[in-house]
Design a binder for this molecule. Sequence first.
Ligand SMILES: Nc1ccn([C@@H]2O[C@H](COP(=O)(O)OP(=O)(O)OP(=O)(O)O)[C@@H](O)[C@H]2O)c(=O)n1
Ligand SMILES: O=C(CO)[C@H](O)[C@H](O)COP(=O)(O)O
Length: 348
Amino acid sequence: MMGSDAVDFPVAVVLPAAGCGERTGLATPKQFCTFLNRPLISFTIETFERIPWIESIVVVVAKESHDLMLHIIHQFHHTKVKVVEGGTTRHRSIFKGLQAFSESTEGPVLPRPKVVIIHDAVRPFVDEDFLLKITLAAKEQGASGAIRPLVSTVIATTSEGFLDHSLERTKYRASEMPQGFLYDVIYQAYQRCSEFDFEFGTECLHLALQYSGTSAKLIEGPPTLWKVTYKRDLAAAESIIKETLSLSACLISGAMAETVELSSRLQKNLESHHMAVDVIACTKENNELLLKTRNFIQISTSGASLSETEEMVKFLRRQSMPFCTRLLLYWFIYISQMRHQISKRMMS
Ligand SMILES: Nc1ccn([C@@H]2O[C@H](COP(=O)(O)OP(=O)(O)OP(=O)(O)O)[C@@H](O)[C@H]2O)c(=O)n1
Ligand SMILES: O=C(CO)[C@H](O)[C@H](O)COP(=O)(O)O
């Protein structure tokens, strides 16, 4: 991965999440649909929250979802998030998110970032490496955005519903998210844009070009950047989330030198098999991590830590964690005494 040390300036994120998800046909807005008892928006927030060089995350929600959002933040221990009320269109919501750094009517104004990343809350699968590319390009060029090759050809129709003309597909790209901006560039663009833009516009990069004279650097992103739009996308997102969770684990090492060493070796081994492994010494005061993990590996040299494991299971049960599908609890007992006895026996 490109060095994240290069981010020596403040970076914040705005996640518009105030839509009603009409195209899913569901009563619940898609960002609040749950997978394994956790709402989609919490997965997106976590992706950003884990990145150390991201300072704050503004989540923009509809007025009626404000309390629900606060509850989610509390339940999943999100720490970098400020919630603001959205508007009637995506552009209005994004502008309200940006105002949190300049002229907030909802609590204290947040420190103004150098670069702000704008990302749809309903695109949960974005990785740090790509966010870094977007952020550095935004710092350098003033604006940057993710693009993907077009899957279908774009055609223009006549008002009677006939083909007017078709675009040469190889010349065009689909504009995706995330997008990055120098804060001043995008804030000025939103301050200057028209009511028509607020009502019908769909492209932040266009506002930066038209109202701040900044042409965005475009970077081809991975296919995982797609936006949850239809009901079938929710099923796809669920299956990716399950697959991703099965490739992550929390390793509880204990404090003994030999268990710490064993944990470190196991961590390296699992990471070489493409698993993301968080190592903690004990489960106490690590509730945040426990809630976000499905696989636990406890390393122990004696049965003493069984009580800690029991406490953890009780805690997870209290939080209504779904045990049935993805919680696998491994408990390794590494019996050093037995190892000594065996070697003694072999020597005699
Ligand atoms: N007034 C709005 C409308 C949309 N969004 C957000 O913008 C993102 C992308 O928009 P879209 O996929 O269109 O979401 P919805 O507007 O919810 O979906 P639909 O158009 O099907 O109603 C979503 O995270 C959505 O919550 C927003 O913050 N405020
Ligand atoms: O890709 C995007 C901008 O480049 C946006 O996600 C997209 O425009 C959102 O549009 P809509 O709200 O109509 O789904």
